[in-house]
Design a protein. Structure first.
Length: 104
């Protein structure tokens, strides 16, 4: 399974450009899923220094990603390009809406 996860408001409390308190239940779940073989993508609008700090913060909490703001190499190979849209089976984001619930 490929899991794309947002940073601000999802892995941590939203305090941009600072980093808020960690969402440890989610972090621990993602660590377990990665240990079982799932692939993790950090999917965030952060860039530059703010992105570097977010990645270091994740590592300090035991969370490592396979890629950051890009598709997994196997997906690039499969599709023949690195689409701007990140390919994942699950997207975890504080601003997400379930399309079935949204349409109702």
């Amino acid at each position: 399974m490929i899991i794309a996860v947002d940073f601000d408001g999802t892995l941590c409390e939203s305090k941009y450009p600072e980093i808020g308190q960690p969402n440890m239940p989610l972090i621990n779940t993602l660590i377990e899923k990665k240990a079982r073989g799932d692939k993790l993508i950090l999917w965030t609008c952060r860039s530059g220094e703010y992105l570097s700090k977010a990645v270091a913060w994740c590592r300090s909490h035991g969370l490592a990603f396979d890629v950051i703001n890009e598709n997994l190499p196997e997906m690039v190979s499969l599709w023949g390009n690195d689409s701007r849209k990140i390919t994942a089976d699950v997207y975890i984001d504080d601003r997400a809406a379930n399309p079935l619930e949204f349409a109702c």
